[in-house]
Design a protein around this ligand. Structure first.
Ligand code: SF4
Length: 346
């Protein structure tokens, strides 16, 4: 398959890792804070009132993030996803978006829990944000409130999605994490609801991210189950990926009324084509969502290193990369002290 997404990929300068994967996607966490306490990501028991979040001076500034983004484009990075925690709780985020939107050739997107989207969507769009993904785990208020664990109502997230659509974001992707015993009854209602509205709903298998969500394989509703449930009522057919390395497996409704995606990190690993790297809000680089350690770029930024020196550091980190966690996952590896997803973004 011709990888048209990566005009730089053929350039000899683009580093490949130990498994021959080129770097293309940079996920930037702009804050470790969030106004939700989703049970599969930031359980309240761990991230309670006395949890120590990073202080402002520890966070990369917008200028530092933009400088790094420019350096990463040298390596073939063509897509940047802003994440958190919840990125919209970082003040004046639209200023960062305007700075990143000025970097040539970047596909700029953001993942949000939608809680602040209604207020912020216009400013994000005007600043140059191209696409948006909203997390929503159920249409049932009682279930959703139990999963976000801060009693945040569904209606306010739906208002945010509507405002984003009105502001011109399209198609909007909706991410639903499915956890057995919590929200699997919502799979069909969510599919019906978003099919009618033309948004792309993606189902995410519950993952052993971090080391605090108490993950068990028994709580995973597999991609196969999800597709079978929907197919029984709304017939589906497989659709080709939009590009190599796309995280979600695409399924099209046979009647032409749209598509869904399934992100099956647990049962259908996609590490072979993983072109993603993650930057934490304090400037550490992680080469896998399930990493146990990162590489400090902030001290280079604040220690007077030149762009070429930082460039060389990134190149060396990627060239040594051999991550393929989802291919080697076991009940034992699930217990490793992995970095929290709320710290490096999903
Ligand atoms: S487990 Fe790691 S290497 Fe595999 S797809 Fe996810 S981030 Fe990439």
């Amino acid at each position: 398959m011709n990888d048209s997404r990566m005009p730089y990929a053929v350039a000899a300068t683009v580093p490949h890792d130990q498994l021959g994967r080129a770097l293309h996607d940079l996920r930037i966490s702009v804050t470790d804070r969030c106004n939700f306490r989703c049970v599969y990501c930031m359980p309240k028991e761990v991230f309670g009132r006395d949890h120590q979040f990073l202080e402002r001076r520890e966070l990369l500034t917008f200028e530092e993030i933009t400088r790094l983004a420019r350096i990463f484009t040298r390596h073939g990075v063509g897509k940047i996803r802003l994440t958190g925690g919840e990125p919209l709780v970082r003040r004046n985020l639209e200023e960062l978006i305007a700075m990143l939107a000025a970097v040539p050739g970047l596909d700029l997107t953001l993942t949000t829990n939608g809680s602040l989207l209604k207020q912020k969507t216009r400013a994000l769009r005007d600043a140059g944000l191209k696409r948006i993904t909203v997390s929503l785990d159920s249409l049932d208020d009682e279930t959703f409130m139990r999963m976000n664990d801060v009693d945040f109502p569904v209606a306010r997230v739906l208002e945010g999605i509507e405002a984003a659509a009105a502001a011109g974001f399209a198609p909007i992707k909706i991410n639903m994490v499915v956890k057995r015993g919590m929200n699997e009854a919502g799979i069909l209602p969510m599919a019906r609801f978003f099919r009618e509205r033309g948004h792309i709903l993606r189902f995410i298998e519950y993952m052993d991210v971090g080391h605090t969500n108490g993950w068990r394989m028994d709580d995973v509703v597999t991609a196969r189950e999800i597709v079978e449930r929907i197919n029984a009522e709304m017939p589906l057919e497989p659709a080709d990926p939009n590009y190599r390395g796309e995280v979600a497996r695409r399924w099209r409704y046979r009647d032409g009324s749209g598509e869904i995606g399934v992100i099956a990190s647990v049962t259908q690993a996609f590490c072979r084509d993983c072109t993603r790297v993650r930057l934490s809000t304090e400037g550490k680089l992680y080469t896998c969502l399930f990493a146990t350690g990162g590489h400090d770029l902030r001290s280079l930024l604040r220690g007077g290193a030149s762009d070429d020196e930082i460039d060389a550091a990134i190149r060396a980190i990627w060239a040594k990369r051999s991550d393929r966690y989802s291919e080697i996952r076991t009940a034992q590896t699930a217990k490793l002290e992995k970095i929290e997803m709320s710290y490096i973004g999903g």
